[in-house]
Design a protein around this ligand. Sequence first.
Ligand SMILES: Cc1ncc(COP(=O)(O)O)c(C=O)c1O
Length: 395
Amino acid sequence: MVKKSSKKSHFNSPMRFSHPLLPDLRKVIERFSPSWKVGMVTKGGITQEYEKKMSAYLKVRHALSVSSCTTGLVLALRALNLKGDCLVPSFTFTSTVHALIWNQLNPVFVDCHPSRFTVRAQDLSRAFTAKTSAVLVPYIFGNPPPFGEIQEFCRRKKVPLIVDAAHAFGSMVYGKKPGSFGSVEVFSTSATKLLCTGEGGIITTYDSELKETLLLLREYGHNSQYESKNLGLNGRITEFQAALGIEELSLLEEHAEKRNALAKLYQKHLAHLPVSFQEIEEGCRSSYKDFAVVLQKEEWGNNRDRLRMELERSGIPTRRYFFPPLHRQKFFGMNRGGGKRSDKLPNTEKISENILCLPMHYHLRVEEIEKVAEAMTRIFNNIRKYKRNFNEIFA
Ligand SMILES: Cc1ncc(COP(=O)(O)O)c(C=O)c1O
């Protein structure tokens, strides 16, 4: 249940698209102070404790902290030592695919489910060739991909499954926490995520050999004698981030429940408009890292960007996640063999042309959701009136 707020003054502050739920600062400082006092601001006991608590929470064998999800993906792909093509959706954030290119892997873009926005086995199957060496699938706005069929596909094709779990903190997958469905999974803990350490990420794996390689790669790729063994990075987090992460972990469940309640409220208030909502994978819970609406083109026409601009004018920030889709971006085309861009990904194109993500965060208030719904209704009615007049004039 989300109650109406009684705090009038806060209502006048500008609406935020995203806003982290942060713990009591005193608790973070208390947790951080032993490391501070002995001058261990990195590579200390709090980071170890954070990783231990994280692996217990997610029920995974290994959980390693990293400086970002992007870094974690780059290191995970490096650790797997892959070559050739990797199947990846076009409907995702840029860094999913940047991590492939950093590893000289060739992204082969695949389509996604029309209403869940996640990759299906049938999308992978269409693009699979003898050159395919891996599959990289993301959660989309917290909605898990259909892991049952994807795991089965990867097993049959004998290729590893890598999961971009950037949006996965707060999600549930067939009653389980995320983190144990791929050979390796990488979470983000940046400021827009449900578990926030400012910047940061978590890599999970059940493979102990892979974990050892990841530890080496996170530490410049050299051993304790400063002898380079592999191409690494500095992928560490600080002790302060680890202290913040531990405190964040205790807020995560409440945070996810609140976002799910807010998503329901949005759905109720927008039900009269010709928009569709993201369908969540059966038996799963989304983190609602983002709340998306897809405008029905027959009703709205090509007015997604006009809606966005007018909402902005009414003080309502939105985002076009993910637009333009990656297979339509020149940079990725150029990385796919001389600018070849013949891919036809109809679901991806339709979603990304008509999608809009609305403000979503723990602090979002009922009044703000009502304001979004009122503004969208007003803008839609204007568009409809204009369309009707236009049709009458040119009838
Ligand atoms: C799907 C996806 N993958 C990867 C990332 C990168 O995460 P980070 O900012 O922690 O590097 C993001 C960022 O939001 C994302 O949305």
